[in-house]
Design a protein around this ligand. Structure first.
Ligand code: ZN
Length: 490
């Protein structure tokens, strides 16, 4: 008998926290992500969980589950002494043995930062690389790979703690829940590299459970998604835990495939061949960045990215062929500190310091003044939060900005869009929206499920789980809706 408990990802997009308890009582977690809808309710960029008691704050607000029963002792022992987290807890005492991360989006991984160091972390090798870069470059990604113990010893913070990461390869068998589940992960197509789906099997009871993570069928790796679905279908799973992000209607402006995105970008660049072209997309979405890279090549423009994308792409190209020539990429160098480009200005940022000190990087680095000389030669990544670089880029009126992300879906996003539009108005730029979702369309979701034919379908990662009932699923596929902290027995 396997029990599945849900502590997040119910009636919302993201925040997946799913626990599988084996017949012998050991458990594993499938993702441990952040609930963006809950955190936005209480916090903004000025207010955050207090550093002295983050567990207390997040548990009280419902951002983290209470450490009781199936998930007792899962949290770090150096945080929140008032919670009386058991400092003697070790791998044997903690029932949750490991956590599997389907991919590196924060709504699937962020809250791993609060987990006890004894809990092992399984994921694809590519996901581990993405998360190492996320930890290096963003505050939201801090403490995932390593953390400094938050306990004072002689007035100093504790030592560096390295978590027990166990990255693996697609298709290889590996254990979860201390060996109670035999598992295999398989690459799927999503808007971040390294995304996988999972099949778990409890050998003693012959129970099989599949988890899709996030996936789509219309990207560059649709074959991988299809292979995963075929593999799971052959296993005849007892339960399928499946995402349903796009059961909520998407934007009408979305394009049908990633190839259509690339083609549209090429058309836009062709029609605006004499002026600067800028774009914004997720910096971790290598499929989308590849679309911009290909379109830039066809249009005889150099693709200019920031140093974070450059580093990530460079590292990933060592483990996977992404069909790009890294030598052709350029890196935009912003002015810092004293307002010029002298090397000392970049101290404090290890990556940028390394880049500006490297004599070989002079052919890679591009400054605003270079772009100003021949703007028609460049396609420049300029995310919304760096839009003030327009003051240095000084594009001629009529330049193009290709917006390649979802439309805003809340008031906060609408306010940010208003500010972005004000910059575009000020510099007389044109916005072109070019995007397709990282998630499967309703029709593709139904096709997947009818192919797999699980005995039980458990919807997660959707705001409208009941929409599954009108998708035309084959008879005999029962749907069970997860309820917070209540177990579903398989
Ligand atoms: Zn995702």
């Amino acid at each position: 008998m396997v029990q599945i408990f849900f502590y997040g990802g119910i009636n919302e997009i993201g925040g997946n926290k799913i626990l599988l308890k084996s017949s012998s009582g050991n458990s594993t977690l499938l993702d441990f992500g952040l609930s963006f809808s809950t955190i936005k309710q209480y916090y903004d960029i000025f207010t955050r969980p207090r550093t002295g008691c983050p567990l207390n704050d997040c548990i009280q607000l419902g951002l983290l589950p209470s450490p009781r029963e199936a998930i007792s002792r899962i949290y770090r022992d150096d945080l929140d002494p008032v919670l009386h987290v058991d400092p003697t807890a070790n791998a044997e005492a903690i029932c949750v043995k490991d956590v599997y991360l389907s991919h590196a989006h924060l709504d699937h991984v962020h809250d791993v930062k609060y987990l006890h160091k004894c809990i092992k972390i399984a994921c694809s090798a590519i996901t581990k690389i993405v998360l190492e870069q996320v930890q290096l470059n963003s505050r939201m990604g801090s403490q995932l790979i390593t953390y400094t113990a938050n306990r004072l010893v002689d007035g100093q913070l504790g030592s560096l703690v390295r978590r027990d990461w166990q990255p693996g390869d697609a298709g290889e068998l590996f254990p979860l829940a201390g060996g109670d589940f035999k598992c295999s992960m398989h690459y799927v197509d999503h808007s971040i590299p390294g995304a996988t789906g999972l099949l778990l099997e409890e050998e003693t009871t012959d129970r099989r459970i599949a988890y899709t993570g996030d996936l789509r069928m219309h990207g560059r790796m649709s074959k991988e998604s299809q292979d995963f679905i075929d593999f799971v279908a052959d296993a005849h799973p007892d339960a399928l835990i499946i995402e349903g992000t796009r059961l909520t209607p998407g934007s009408e402006s979305e394009l049908p495939t990633e190839q259509a995105v690339e083609d549209k970008i090429s058309q836009i660049l062709k029609a605006n061949s004499s002026n600067l072209a800028l774009f914004g997309c997720s910096g971790n979405d290598l499929a989308r960045l590849t679309s911009f890279y290909n379109a830039a090549n066809i249009s005889h423009r150099a693709l200019v990215v920031d140093y974070k994308i450059y580093e990530l792409w460079k590292r990933l190209c060592t483990v996977h062929p992404y069909n790009i020539n890294i030598i052709k990429l350029k890196v935009y160098l912003p002015r810092q500190r004293e307002g010029d480009y002298s090397v000392d200005n970049y101290q404090g940022n290890k990556s940028l310091t390394k880049l500006v000190r490297d004599p070989g990087s002079s052919s890679i680095i591009v400054k605003a003044e270079t772009i100003r000389e021949h703007p028609e030669n460049y396609l420049v990544y300029l995310p919304r939060w760096h839009i003030n670089e327009l003051l240095d880029l000084k594009p001629a009126p009529g330049f193009t900005y290709i917006w390649s992300m979802s439309d805003p879906f809340d008031l906060e996003g609408e306010i940010a869009e208003d500010k972005f539009n004000a910059w575009m108005d000020k510099f007389k730029g044109f916005i072109e929206k070019v995007h397709c979702s990282g998630h499967a369309r309703p029709h593709d979701l139904a096709t997947m499920v009818n192919k797999i034919r699980p005995k039980l379908l458990i919807p997660v990662h959707t705001a409208v789980p009941r929409a599954w009932e009108s998708l035309g699923l084959d008879e005999g596929i029962k749907i069970e809706y997860p309820v917070l902290a209540r177990g579903i027995t398989i």
